[in-house]
Design a protein around this ligand. Structure first.
Ligand code: HEC
Ligand code: HEC
Ligand code: HEC
Ligand code: HEC
Length: 120
């Protein structure tokens, strides 16, 4: 009897966990971080960080050294969505207003606007 109870308990626990994982995935919590995307392209910590081991955030100039200049970046995302995240009345925003490397990115514009951006 005790064994049966333990078994039922274990089953309930496992199905509960599966449901939680699924909910987290649909909420976008399992989104691949920019860190993994860069490491996947062969970029190591020093590809972004100057000091070893890394101790400071990375300046926008470093991002632009590979992805810039800003207007070229804006050309790439022109017409992809309803609005261009890299060209707006907010000017040349710092990358980390939206993109984070070690944690999930965010949509800076959503402070004031309703439109959705799927920020990588
Ligand atoms: C694509 C560029 C990039 C790569 C590659 C990268 N980082 Fe970072 N790192 C950042 C940025 C940007 C920040 C600022 C926080 C953020 O955006 O997540 C940061 C923050 C950090 C911090 C916190 C610094 C502070 O402010 O206290 C540490 C520690 C760190 N990174 C370690 C690493 C290690 C270790 C690796 C290699 C596994 C690595 N980073 C690879 C861009 C990068
Ligand atoms: C040494 C060059 C280099 C640096 C520095 C660098 N990146 Fe990248 N980044 C890459 C490469 C390579 C890729 C993958 C190929 C591509 O999509 O262009 C990439 C991809 C990306 C993507 C697209 C991911 C996707 O889903 O397609 C974003 C966004 C991005 N980087 C942002 C940043 C930000 C923000 C920084 C500064 C914190 C940064 N990168 C620094 C080389 C770099
Ligand atoms: C206002 C938010 C925001 C800011 C600020 C921002 N980005 Fe983005 N970025 C986005 C969004 C949203 C996308 C996805 C666009 C799409 O695919 O429709 C994107 C896409 C990208 C891509 C992939 C482009 C491609 O080839 O499709 C790169 C690389 C990138 N950003 C780099 C940067 C860098 C570097 C900076 C700083 C100089 C920056 N971004 C600033 C929101 C932002
Ligand atoms: C601090 C608040 C604020 C932020 C943050 C903000 N906006 Fe706006 N935006 C406004 C206001 C206010 C207007 C003018 C009122 C209007 O026309 O809706 C406007 C107007 C616009 C318009 C023209 C009107 C329209 O809806 O077509 C666009 C496009 C736009 N913003 C895009 C962006 C983008 C992209 C970002 C992020 C990079 C952003 N905004 C961030 C406040 C903001």
């Amino acid at each position: 009897m005790r064994f049966l109870c333990a078994l039922i308990f274990a089953l309930l626990f496992l199905t509960g966990q599966a449901a939680t994982t699924q909910a987290a995935e649909t909420a976008g919590a399992s989104k691949v971080l920019l860190l993994q995307k860069h490491v996947g392209k062969g970029l190591n910590c020093n590809g972004c960080h100057q000091e070893n081991p890394p101790a400071k955030p990375v300046a926008m100039e470093k991002c632009l050294s590979c992805h810039g200049p800003y207007d070229k970046l804006a050309d790439k995302t022109d017409g992809k969505g309803a609005h261009n995240p890299h060209s707006s009345h907010q000017g040349d925003l710092s990358c980390d207003s939206c993109h984070h490397v070690h944690k999930t990115s965010e949509n800076y514009c959503s402070q004031c606007h309703q439109f959705e951006f799927d920020v990588p």
